[in-house]
Write a protein that binds this ligand. Structure first.
Ligand SMILES: *Cc1c(COP(=O)(O)O)cnc(C)c1O
Length: 400
């Protein structure tokens, strides 16, 4: 039971208001905050009601693989924040991407995908979509000509992630939207790094946004989940795949993500502020060769990021002088930052991309993607920035 009085007043409300109030499902017990609906099935009023709900001629829940009020609340809230008509909660970020592909692609279709997407996304396309007869071309994120040249008559989808991981390259979403539209293809954007607090791809012409809710939407590194957002018609297709094939979001996780969304903008601003401060400081360190963060005025994506994003996010990377050994020495010397490949957490994380997140690429692929052996990635958390700077100092001290 959605609170009608409240939801009616939310038309055109600001992101901060929607983040706290959109999609609340009250039970009639008078509870103020969102309950968790931990139930797998639902009781029908009578036999006729059961028949009507199964036939879809009456509303109401049937079974939690189909609908669950906690998941529905999360879906309504993330849809409101992204400015989409509808959303679908999924078991993980990869389940969001898989569900989008399975629902909207068919054998014989062609996909153009940025080369610089999450590694598992590359595997999903090259190992599984190809296996089912969907051809995939990978193109460098920034080369619009390469995207254009890769298009074919059967291109059904363009898939992009911006800013990229770990070099923070920024793709022009309005230009890619136009390219997709002119060719009758869908533009799908993985908005994991910015979240709707910093970037709303649908407003720039994208058709679908996918999320790993595991990252900033949760924001505290507790749950794995995902979301797909877009038009009601497209989401109906994705929902049908999900109900049939099962990678749905759990009610408990949906409740955690609902809590996360309430503080999303505040957190994204704090992550962005500290990341910019550290990136600027890192640029001045003699043992740093190069810093990659779109908030820096000399980053090639800076101008575009200023137009397309509200801030620059929490992920930055930098090259230390030397090679793999120096990068590893640096990482092993920090004591506050967690050595883990995750990001989007209140706790700052540090990782060596070349030997972990991008370790499955060949040396030549890494070279082409600009991921050197001396590159270190930091996903800046919510600790005090002075303590993080002191921690990075420990890294530099270890380099002698
Ligand atoms: C983590 C991540 C994913 C995958 O999400 P899971 O929740 O781990 O399945 C997809 N895209 C990006 C950009 C990610 O960082």
């Amino acid at each position: 039971m959605t609170d009608e009085k409240e939801s009616g007043a939310l038309q055109g409300a600001h992101l901060d208001t929607l983040a706290v109030r959109a999609g609340i499902a009250r039970t009639g017990e008078g509870e103020h905050s969102e309950p968790i609906f931990l139930t797998s099935s639902y009781v029908f009023d009578n036999a006729a009601d059961a028949a009507a709900r199964f036939a879809g001629t009456a509303g109401g829940n049937v079974y939690s693989r189909y609908t669950n009020p906690s998941v529905r609340s999360f879906e309504q809230r993330i849809a409101a924040l992204e400015g989409g008509e509808s959303a679908v909660g999924t078991a993980s970020g990869m389940a969001a991407i898989l569900s989008t592909c399975m629902a909207l692609l068919k054998r014989g279709d062609h996909v153009v995908c940025s080369r610089d997407v999450f590694g598992t996304t590359v595997n999903l396309f090259s190992r599984y979509m190809e296996k089912f007869g969907v051809e995939v071309s990978f193109v460098p994120l920034l080369q619009l000509d390469a995207w254009r040249d890769a298009l074919r008559a059967n291109t059904a989808m363009l898939f992009v992630e911006t800013p990229s991981n770990p070099l923070c390259e920024v793709a022009d979403l309005a230009a890619l939207s136009a390219l997709a539209r002119d060719n009758g293809a869908l533009l799908v954007v993985d908005n994991c790094f910015c979240t709707p607090a910093l970037q709303t791809p649908l407003a720039l012409g994208a058709d679908i946004v996918v999320h790993s809710a595991t990252k900033y939407l949760d924001g505290q590194g507790r749950c794995v989940g995902g979301a797909v957002v877009g038009s009601a018609a497209l989401m109906e297709e994705v929902m049908t795949f999900l109900r049939t094939c099962g990678p749905t979001m759990s009610a408990f996780n949906a409740w955690v993500f609902l809590k996360g969304l309430e503080t999303l903008r505040l957190r994204m601003e704090a992550h962005s502020r500290s990341a910019l401060e550290l990136a600027t400081w890192l640029q001045q360190q003699p043992a740093v060769e190069q810093v990659f963060y779109a908030g820096l005025p000399d980053h090639p994506g800076h101008e575009l990021a200023c137009r397309q994003q509200r801030a620059f996010g929490g992920v930055l990377s930098f090259k230390v002088q030397g090679g793999r050994q120096q990068a590893w020495d640096f990482i092993d010397a920090v004591r506050i930052m967690s050595l883990t490949a995750n990001l989007g957490d209140a706790k700052t994380t540090i990782v060596h991309p070349a030997s972990t997140t991008h370790g499955r690429l060949t040396a030549q692929q890494r070279e082409e993607a600009g991921i050197g052996d001396n590159l270190v990635r930091v996903a800046v958390g919510l600790e005090h920035v002075d303590d993080l700077r002191a921690d990075l100092q420990r890294g530099f001290a270890a380099l002698g």
